[in-house]
Design a protein around this ligand. Structure first.
Ligand code: HEC
Length: 390
């Protein structure tokens, strides 16, 4: 009897040690991925800044592409612009593959076969979903204690003959250290970051899923992150993706194949199934990309798109960001039609699917809050975001 008990105790200790080792592995992976994401962010800001410097006065502050003071939208009277409430929720590791697989996601079939949008089913329950995921579980193996499950934001949008202006505001929630990062801040340089994505044309499920078309199970911090070794072992693809330790977001259209079901233990995603450079150029030409506008806590910004990877295209953009009395305010503008490849041209009479992401509290990569598919149109009260003329 004693021997059996001893054996059970030993097994329990061994199981605990194995579990601990597994947690350490996940922790190390995250730390590595965080570092890579931060390096990427820094590189993007620098390259965006140097792109802007070419067309303007030499920038005194090399890190800044923002216009001075409150000049970004000085012609706009925001008090006369309607405001839309947006709930951004914490998605954890719910990838584009995850949402399309009936084994993981109850809505998979109506989404892929029935034409439903994410918002069709979830618009009213984002608080429940966000609070559940952020607490940790299947979709979040490394929770951050105290992090909120949702962010309530308001967005206003206006235009004149040439430019789009967007203002987004939300409440700051103080600091909750990420336990898996030294110092608790994944991106210590940026207390917040805001992204707006505009869905281009010819993207499968694009209008129904918003940002999800670019969020894959093998991206940075996601469950099928291939790791630096596998990436290095595929030099051709790694070079074309500028990938060292992790894979940035991409569209399925840029791949010959993307694994959704994971049958026979296949890894989900398709990072290495890259189409030829000619095919990718054709997609860009045809408008098949997610336009990506990004603003950092200090008001610097970068304009780019997601296609085979994240690309900064240097399209015109200016921004400002501030925290006042506990409220963040981010304003940015860009031409309605910049003519730059990778910038979706905004025209009257068309409705666009957009998505917003907020990286709150020094977060990086997937540790953000996001909207579901959201509609936006110029001077059209039927869209969730009505961009009014001023
Ligand atoms: C036809 C309805 C339907 C559609 C469309 C749909 N879902 Fe779901 N979703 C469900 C159901 C059902 C569940 C499982 C039950 C639940 O938790 O509500 C679920 C669960 C989820 C969860 C997990 C919540 C949890 O409890 O952990 C997430 C995240 C999610 N969906 C995201 C999405 C996203 C993103 C889209 C669009 C790409 C989407 N869903 C489209 C019905 C849908």
């Amino acid at each position: 009897m004693e021997r059996i008990l001893n054996k059970e105790a030993e097994e329990a200790v061994a199981a605990k040690a194995a579990q601990k080792a597994q947690q350490e592995v996940v922790k190390a992976q995250i730390a590595e991925a965080v570092e890579a994401a931060r390096a990427e962010e820094r590189a993007k800001v620098v390259s965006a800044a140097s792109g802007a410097a070419e067309s303007a006065e030499p920038a005194a502050d090399a890190g800044s592409t923002a216009a001075q003071g409150s000049s970004v939208a000085s012609s706009i009277d925001w008090s006369a612009v309607p405001s839309t409430d947006l709930t951004l929720f914490y998605p954890g590791q719910a990838s584009f593959e995850w949402v399309q697989n009936g084994k993981s996601h109850g809505g998979a079939r109506p989404l892929t076969k029935g034409g439903d949008s994410c918002s069709t089913c979830h618009a009213a329950e984002l608080e429940t979903i966000g609070n559940k995921i952020v607490a940790g579980g299947e979709l979040e193996p490394t929770p951050i204690p105290g992090k909120r499950g949702t962010i309530d934001a308001t967005v206003q949008a206006a235009h004149d003959d040439n430019n789009l202006y967007v203002k987004i505001q939300w409440a700051d929630a103080g600091h909750n250290p990420a336990p898996f990062v030294d110092g608790g801040k994944m991106d210590p340089d940026n207390q917040v970051k805001v992204a707006m994505m505009i869905t281009g044309t010819g993207i499968e499920l694009g209008e129904q899923v918003g940002c999800w078309s670019s969020c894959h199970a093998d991206n940075t911090y996601m469950p099928f992150d291939p790791g630096a070794e596998s990436i290095a072992a595929n030099q051709d693809v790694a070079t074309r993706l500028d990938a060292k330790s992790t894979i940035s977001k991409y569209l399925s259209e840029s791949r010959t194949e993307v694994e959704i079901k994971g049958r026979k233990n296949k890894a989900l995603g398709g990072w290495d199934k890259l189409k030829s450079a000619d095919e990718v150029s054709k997609l860009l030409e045809d408008g098949s990309y997610l336009d990506l506008l990004r603003v950092y806590a200090d008001g610097t910004s970068s304009n780019g798109y997601l296609l085979e990877k994240r690309v900064v295209n240097g399209g015109e953009m200016s921004a400002e960001a501030s925290l006042s009395a506990g409220t963040w305010t981010v304003v940015f503008s860009r031409p309605l039609n910049s003519g730059t490849p990778g910038d979706v041209a905004l025209e009257p009479g068309k409705t666009y699917t957009v998505g917003f992401a907020i990286h709150d509290d020094y977060a990086a990569a997937r540790f953000h809050h996001v909207t579901l598919n959201t509609s936006m149109a110029l001077d059209d009260g039927g869209a969730q975001i009505n961009v009014i003329k001023q």
